[in-house]
Write a protein that binds this ligand. Structure first.
Ligand SMILES: Cc1cc2nc3c(=O)[nH]c(=O)nc-3n(C[C@H](O)[C@H](O)[C@H](O)COP(=O)(O)O)c2cc1C
Length: 507
């Protein structure tokens, strides 16, 4: 209570005066004491924090502890199997693969295989060796019959993260990795920056509701600007973002302070003004409009693959889109299903925690509906949501995906320590920040190599898992190959849990 501060002052003020009277050298003690008295007095008189007012000076310890709590937890308390959103086992595997250290782990699994929720794939008595699972089988051709420039994509690519939410060095290192490994980097909705172009890595250009890089000064979509960027050599595909798992239905906000002249130039907006992207698109507001917009972008880009990204929301809206696609005989070349568990640079808590269908259910429903309407042979399915290991990819492919995106595992490969402060501009690893003094430490050459290593090792793991399961191509995987423990004594295959006929969330 307040009395402790009063006691502190009653003791320290006369003591300090007495010692200074004995020897002037003791005045040095005022360097510590004076600020503590002033801080205590300030706490006593301020009106914002009750704790500080009731416990002047000493109440501040609470805030120090709060600041230290996540760090102490991560370094001293967290076990290998906990830690959120990505547990220590998965973080470590990314670090090890990125650095190409240790391909194996000792002494057996730390995962409780009798715990409900545990999943695995069964191996074959007649496994295949690496050369029997050709690497080209781990690439996917994306492009419907309306597409003139099909893209041969890797089964693992870098998910959307904008320059703005990531530093220039981070974007550049990702691009270098993509270039070394022959896979693609998604620009995120912040448009194509110089950092995306430096190393010649393949780019998937994402367009959100702000139409950055394809808008006039009033924010309207510009055919001319779009076409100019879309026709760039390194742009291999274009993606219309409808929603993102971490904040579905929420438009992005670029604060005036972060809207530097460089970012303003890239995004085609006025510098130092707040840019608010609307939650929805202004170019279309129904399924027919969306399909026409897709074809318009296809024509303007010279026939490149056009995809849409969504977190699965209202089922009847997606089914309506399928019916329209069938009717108009036109479709996106690919659909990205992002899970509600997906990451973001910044989102309101309720949107991250309580909006949008999780990845597994979203993927199953989209895959089932596309099959129901006979559209799957034209549209490729990409999935994102905590895809970190080879098993995660195999599981997604078994459920109906053709390829995967990864955002946070790529950040970990860049050296992210999961400090969970992406929204403060203070990322200690120099990744999610615009502070040049922090991004300065991120070495593009070294981290670019790590991105390539992580990609290569993860794809290698997929190849080994396929071989062990006795299949030489992902298309030979099915939901019946993956099993989940649903109780201590019961196991079900994913085919039983998510049958192909299932076209509703609740049956
Ligand atoms: C820092 C950061 C920035 C992101 N920016 C975008 C974005 O601009 N557009 C988008 O569609 N998704 C964005 N996302 C979401 C990711 O692309 C991805 O869909 C999601 O994080 C799920 O993948 P993950 O679990 O591998 O991270 C962002 C995610 C992160 C972590």
């Amino acid at each position: 209570m307040r009395k402790w501060f009063i006691v502190y002052c009653i003791v320290t003020v006369p003591l300090a005066s007495y010692f200074i009277y004995l020897h002037p050298w003791w005045s040095l003690s005022l360097i510590l004491l004076l600020p503590s008295w002033l801080v205590g007095l300030y706490d006593l008189t301020q009106t914002r924090h009750t704790i500080k007012k009731n416990y002047p000076l000493f109440g501040r310890l609470r805030y120090v502890m709060e600041e230290l709590r996540p760090k102490v937890y991560q370094y001293f308390v967290e076990s290998d199997t906990d830690g959120t959103p990505i547990n220590r086992i998965n973080r470590s595997v990314v670090y090890q693969r990125a650095k190409r250290v240790l391909r194996t782990k000792p002494f057996g699994t730390q995962v409780d295989v009798y715990e409900p929720g545990y999943e695995w794939i069964n191996h074959s008595m007649y496994p295949l060796s690496d050369h029997e699972v050709p690497l080209e089988n781990l690439r996917v051709e994306i492009g419907s019959k309306h597409c003139q420039q099909k893209y041969n994509a890797s089964i693992l690519n870098i998910s959307a993260m904008s320059y703005g939410s990531l530093s220039g060095n981070a974007v550049e290192a990702l691009n270098r990795g993509a270039s070394l490994g022959g896979f693609a980097q998604n620009t995120g909705e912040g448009s194509i920056s110089d950092y995306h172009l430096k190393h010649g890595g393949h780019i998937i250009w994402q367009i959100g509701t702000g139409y950055f890089g394809a808008r006039d000064h009033d924010g309207n979509f510009s055919d001319e600007l779009f076409s100019k960027n879309a026709k760039r050599e390194s742009v291999k595909m274009i993606e219309i973002k409808l929603s993102q798992g971490a904040k579905p239905g929420h438009g992005g906000i670029l604060p005036a302070k972060k809207n530097t002249p460089e970012i303003a130039r890239i995004r085609g907006v006025k510098p130092y003004t707040a840019v608010i992207s609307p939650p929805g698109h202004t170019e279309f507001n129904n399924s027919e409009g969306l399909i026409k917009f897709i074809q318009r972008l296809r024509d303007l880009s010279g026939g490149k693959p056009i995809g849409i990204k969504l977190c699965f929301g209202k089922l009847h809206e997606f089914e309506d889109l399928c019916i329209k696609m069938k009717e108009m005989d036109n479709y996106p070349d690919y659909i990205v299903v992002d899970g509600g568990e997906g990451g973001t640079g910044a989102a309101p808590l309720e949107f991250s925690d309580s909006l949008g269908t999780p990845m597994t259910e979203g993927l199953v429903l989209v895959s089932n509906l596309l099959n129901k309407y006979g559209l799957k042979d034209q549209i490729k399915l990409i999935v994102s949501g905590k895809i970190i290991t080879g098993f995660h990819i195999v599981r997604a492919l078994s459920l109906g995906a053709d390829a995967c995106y990864s955002a946070r595992a790529m950040m970990l490969a860049l050296g992210c320590i999961q400090a969970l402060i992406c929204n403060t501009n203070k990322c200690p690893a120099g990744i999610a920040t615009q502070d040049k003094s922090l991004s300065w430490g991120l070495d593009v050459q070294n981290k670019g190599t790590r991105i390539n290593n992580f990609h290569q090792e993860t794809v290698h793991s997929v190849r080994e898992i396929l071989g062990s399961a006795g299949v030489d191509h992902p298309s030979k995987l099915s939901r019946a190959d993956i099993f989940r423990r649903v109780s201590p004594t019961k196991v079900k295959s994913l085919e039983e849990i998510y049958p192909h006929q299932r076209t509703a969330l609740t049956n």
